[in-house]
Design a protein around this ligand. Structure first.
Ligand code: GLY
Ligand code: MN
Ligand code: MN
Length: 517
């Protein structure tokens, strides 16, 4: 439990903070206090609004009630899998342990955590058990009780309504787990407003959150650089995954990665989520391969999501350079346009147009770019969206507020109307269609992939085949792919680039050359 420290003289007045050793980032518990404060402000406005419109009544004191994640076991065994906190709960309380509930009095902001009462013999297996007072100081909340006291403690507080969370994740389509406990039936529960308000809070990040995201990007960038320096043809893809994970953990205290590492070499670079259990980064990297490595570390629940593409040999061939530069131009064209008010859909369209223009210049495509755009040709080469929100989830919440509300919740009337999900291939995969606003954190990840099944389909479809230079397309069939994925924060005037890896061809070649010398 040494990763959370009570404030001491060497950090001034910071108060309790999370840190994985002196070489790593201190994250103050104040980050979560501020998140809770923002949530309460929104809820007060929402409750006022609903009451004024006569849509819903919220009698008496409103209290938020969230349930944290539970321990996972390996099937029917007693092997605990490494616990990772549920993201909404983490955002609200920063609690590391499983089996915890949290309640917040919306009016005062006072918070109570409920921890499981563990038998004293657990200390043999888990180390010293903290007292409720120790937990209270650790997480800077007003009160800590045990879960078995929840019904009584909450009843004594006489809430008029408990606000629980129910809503749909618009990427996975899964429903969030709504808080429940023995005795909840004695309370007036409303699950209609919390999901949309807390999701909306998560869409824009505070300066304290951005500081953590800067850190995860710094560490992940350094780990990617170490992979580029170390890679040699003949090594297994998973060796690169191992180097990344070792660097992120040893260098930055990042115990987890934000998602399964994708280390695709050669034709595997065209498999969008390569690296899964059935294809565990287990190919030998060959001299002429292009590599597409998508890996991001996470620190105290905050993610990063970075893709680097480079030649295994350390030197780009003409084909590799052409495709790489086409994708880099798309990435940089988008980066230059980012500012508040810009539509994310228009950024996807911009990236598509740049890619098609470049593929035509290279000689893989032929014809009029606007006609290609109309035929949605870009989706053949980039079937995924341009990028997504990122925060406590790698594909962070709030992309489509109306979809997230589902049938059980409701869209926040406090959110300006946002564009609906587009319907065309490629565009419909966008994880958000929103207008950008300061504090949003997104990935910019254009790609160009030569996916044999997608190429065959396009070659056999007259809407697309007329634009394809068949001989060239066939030459690139086993090329794999290129993705260039950066993480950015929208600022008041533009974007701050969080990712810091070499992106220009010459920079990558110089780094890889230095790694070999
Ligand atoms: N690594 C998954 C993604 O880029 O969205
Ligand atoms: Mn990625
Ligand atoms: Mn991504």
């Amino acid at each position: 439990m040494a990763s959370i420290h009570l404030g001491s003289c060497h950090n001034g007045d910071m108060g309790p903070f999370y840190q994985m050793g002196p070489h790593t980032l201190m994250v103050p518990m104040e980050l979560f206090a501020l998140n809770r404060q923002r949530l309460c402000e929104r809820l007060k406005q929402r409750i006022g609004h609903e009451t004024n419109c006569g849509r819903s009544s919220f009698p008496g004191k409103a209290m938020v009630l969230l349930q944290g994640g539970n321990d996972f076991h390996l099937y029917d065994t007693d092997v605990d899998l490494e616990f990772r906190q549920e993201a909404y709960f983490h955002w609200t309380f920063g609690v590391l342990e499983p089996g915890v509930y949290g309640a917040i009095d919306v009016e005062t902001g006072n918070s109570i955590l409920f921890f499981p009462r563990l038998p004293s013999e657990y200390s043999i297996w888990m180390g010293k058990l903290l007292s409720t007072e120790e937990y209270r100081r650790r997480y800077t909340v007003e009160r800590v009780c045990y879960v078995d006291e929840m019904a009584k403690v909450l009843k004594d507080m006489r809430p008029g309504v408990l606000l629980t969370m129910s809503g749909i994740n618009t990427d996975s389509k899964r429903t969030s787990a709504e808080a429940t406990f023995d005795g909840i039936s004695q309370f007036n529960v409303n699950n209609k407003i919390l999901h949309s308000e807390i999701s909306e809070c998560r869409v824009t990040k505070t300066p304290l959150e951005i500081e953590v995201l800067r850190y995860t990007n710094k560490i992940s960038s350094e780990a990617h650089i170490e992979v580029m320096r170390s890679i040699r043809p003949g090594c297994m893809e998973y060796v690169c995954e191992a180097i990344f994970k070792k660097e992120a953990y040893a260098r930055g205290g990042c115990r987890h990665v934000s998602y399964t590492c994708i280390c695709g070499s050669g034709e595997n670079g065209a498999v969008l989520h390569y690296g899964h259990a059935g294809a565990p980064n287990d190919r030998i990297i060959k001299e002429g391969d292009m590599c597409l490595f998508d890996m991001g570390a996470s620190y105290y629940g905050y993610c990063s999501d970075i893709t680097c593409s480079f030649p295994a040999s350390g030197k780009f061939t003409t084909d590799q350079r052409n495709i790489y530069n086409a994708v880099l131009m798309a990435n940089r064209a988008v980066l230059a346009e980012i500012k508040p008010g810009v539509s994310w859909v228009s950024m996807h369209v911009l990236a598509n147009r740049v890619l098609l223009t470049e593929l035509t210049r290279i000689g893989i495509l032929q014809g009029d770019i606007e006609m290609m755009m109309k035929a949605n040709l870009a989706a053949v080469f980039q079937p995924h969206g341009l990028g997504h929100f990122m925060g406590c989830d790698v594909h962070d919440v709030g992309g489509y507020p109306e979809e997230a509300a589902g049938s059980s919740g409701s869209i926040s009337p406090l959110i300006c109307k946002q564009p609906e999900r587009p319907t065309k291939p490629g565009l419909r995969s966008l994880r958000t269609a929103r207008l950008l606003a300061p504090g949003m954190v997104l990935t910019i990840e254009p790609g160009c992939y030569f996916i044999p099944s997608a190429l065959d389909k396009a070659l056999n479809d007259s809407c697309h085949s007329k634009f394809l230079v068949a001989k060239e397309v066939c030459r690139f069939r086993n090329f794999g792919g290129v993705r260039i994925e950066d993480n950015i924060v929208v600022t008041c005037t533009g974007a701050e680039l969080l990712t810091n890896v070499p992106r220009k061809v010459e920079q990558i070649e110089a780094l890889m050359c230095e790694g070999r010398s």
